[in-house]
Write a protein that binds this ligand. Sequence first.
Ligand SMILES: [Fe+2]
Ligand SMILES: [Fe+2]
Length: 476
Amino acid sequence: MTAPDYTEKIPNNVSLHDDRRLQRALESWQPDFLNWWESMGPALPTQDVYLRTAVNVGREGWAHFGHVPMKDYRWGIFLAERDAGRQVGFGEHKGEPVWQKVPGEYRADLQRLIVIQGDTEPASVEQQRNLGATAPSLYDLRNLFQVNVEEGRHLWAMVYLLHAYFGREGREEAADLLHRNSGSEDSPRILGAFNEETPDWLSFYMFTYFTDRDGKYQLGTLKESAFDPLSRTCEFMLKEEAHHMMVGTTGVDRVVARTAEVMAGSDTEDVAALGVIPLPVIQKYLNFHYSVSLDLFGGETSTNVANYYTAGLKGRWMEDRRKDDHRLTDDSILVDSLDDDGTGEKAIGQTEVSALTGLNTDLRREYIADCQSGVNRWNKILADAGLAYRLKLPHVAFNRKVGAFASIETSPDGEKLSADEWERRKGRWLPTDVDKTHIRSLMQPVYERGKIAAWIAPPRNGINGKPFDYDYVHLA
Ligand SMILES: [Fe+2]
Ligand SMILES: [Fe+2]
């Protein structure tokens, strides 16, 4: 394992200088990336931002903190250290040495998995492009930019794999990752949730809580891959993701805490008039972001995903902690389904399928359990403030566009609704134009050190031991 070389144009720990062709190919992609960053990245002009930059992959001291102009951020290529004895952990190749090259028979599938993951990284930067204009504090502004530069680095991680292992096709896919754009009519991003807007900071916290968390679970399955370079790159990306999760979790914490504080100190239910976000509106944003994120896990059953598993391309969340044979050829799982209730009506039920075809369901359930932990902590904030209101994850069938429930509408409790009823009632469960307009009206920027917008509580801790009132961002 070589130490990353920061004197090089592209910092890396993959000995890029030993492969001149690859180095030249990536160096010719670099200006396209920088052009994309300038035109599609953060729109707010800044001098510099207090950012962490990955400088090593070891357990200790992998990141360096300092004020840097964002366009000079050192996006690099970092893979976790190689474990020379690593073996395939699941599927039909279980127990064989992992692959350092792409096996011909799996080339197309691996490339597809990498492109889909890669597509989400720049997408979120595009979605968050205008948020700087309305940041509630310099601390939050800095966190937004940190997430943005790291998603940019994650794009680099996937582009490295495409360039290094997938030849001309890989290079073309790498170019396309900069040509598709979030929300574009002609060439949208691949997955639905990555074409939605992130127009305000409540959406941003919900996105980093729910949608970035999908990313964490996808990376967790790719970290298990028999294709070792993919595994090692995802392992290191997960390290960076932890901060993104923190931004989402504590962001929603602080919105809930501020509303609870104002509610506890007043006798009116109409807290919108007091400049904070009403709990039912927070619930609507939660409903939206959670349900579109559930769609990211795909259908309840998938033969593609079964094949990926059997081939060793993509494992399960925490594969090595599972107490089974890691081949799953004889196992089954109950998945959500829409069944005939005997009268010709469709009813929400469960169907038993082979464990391999049900792997999307397995991953989605791991994710749902994790999402519940956030809801529990937000409810504890409400309980501690003496409030009776509780937030809730909506039913798995609510507002779904992908999978078994795409063809029906339900309430957040899972009660099946006719199309008319859904149209009439959905405004109670999903953000309406009135809600969105109110949220946007609250989004006034606060760029003064140590100050914060009135709709959100300050964080408990600053970044890297710095206080909340630190000069995290110097605006241009
Ligand atoms: Fe990412
Ligand atoms: Fe992320």
